[in-house]
Design a protein around this ligand. Structure first.
Ligand code: MG
Length: 203
C-alpha cells in the first residue's frame, strides 16, 4: 500500500508556514514503511531537531481505480479515519530552500500515524467534520473539513490521474493551523468530534 498526502489544503496552515496557495492540490507520497499504527509510540529520529505534528483526516481506498471522475469518487472510499503526517520541519525547510524533494522530511519510518477507521456513513456530511489534536490534554490543532480548499472527492479525482489507487491505500487530506514540534514525553490524542481515534506517546 501507499500513502498519498495532500499539502496546503487549509488556508490557515498555508498562512502559518508562509506558503503560497496552489491552483492544484500539492501532492506527495509516503511508502508503507512510514506506517505507525495501533497507538505504538513514535520515536524521535536522530536526523531532526524539529519534528512537527500535522493532524489530518484520512480516507481508506476500497477498490482499484484511476482517472476517477469526481462524481464517482465516493465509490472509492467507505471509511474515514484520523492520523498524523509527521514532518521533520528543519529538513523540509532545507529541501524547500534548495528546490529539492521533501521525502526525507516526510516519508521516514513512523511518519504516517494511522488511527482507527470508521464507516463514512457514520457522518451525515463529510464536509462538516470537526477534528482536533490534543498534546498532553491541551488542544493544539482544531480543524473543520468545510475549510478544505480541495474536498475529498476533488482530491480523489485529482490524484487518481497520476497514481492508480489500490485497495488499502490511505489518503492524508491536509492539516489545519497549529502545527508545532513534539517532545519526548508528549502524549498525542486525536479526535473526530468527541470520538478518540488515536492516543500515543512520543519517545
Ligand atoms: Mg500534512
Amino acid at each position: 500500500m501507499k500513502f498519498i498526502c495532500i499539502g496546503r489544503n487549509y488556508a490557515d496552515h498555508i498562512a502559518e508556514l508562509k506558503n503560497e496557495r496552489n491552483e492544484d492540490p500539492v501532492v506527495f507520497l509516503k511508502p508503507d514503511t512510514a506506517l505507525l499504527r495501533d497507538n505504538e509510540p513514535f520515536y524521535l529520529p536522530d536526523f531532526s531537531k524539529d519534528v512537527h505534528h500535522e493532524v489530518e483526516v484520512l480516507l481508506k481506498i476500497n477498490k482499484e481505480g484511476k482517472y476517477i471522475d469526481r462524481q464517482f469518487a465516493p465509490k472509492y472510499y467507505d471509511e474515514v479515519g484520523l492520523g498524523i503526517d509527521f514532518t521533520a520541519r528543519d529538513l523540509q525547510a532545507r529541501q524547500k530552500a534548495k528546490g529539492l524533494p521533501w521525502e526525507i522530511a516526510k516519508a521516514f519510518n513512523g511518519a504516517a500515524v494511522v488511527g482507527q477507521f470508521v464507516p463514512k456513513t457514520r457522518y451525515p456530511d463529510l464536509g462538516a467534520l470537526d477534528f482536533s489534536l490534543q498534546v498532553n490534554g491541551q488542544v493544539r490543532q482544531a480543524g473543520h473539513t468545510s475549510y478544505m480548499l480541495f474536498d475529498f472527492d476533488t482530491i480523489i479525482a485529482y490524484v487518481s490521474q497520476f497514481f492508480t489507487l489500490k485497495k488499502g491505500d490511505i489518503i492524508f487530506t491536509g492539516t489545519p493551523a497549529g502545527v508545532a514540534a513534539v517532545q519526548a514525553g508528549d502524549q498525542l490524542t486525536g479526535y473526530i468530534g468527541q470520538e478518540k481515534f488515536f492516543d500515543f506517546a512520543i519517545k
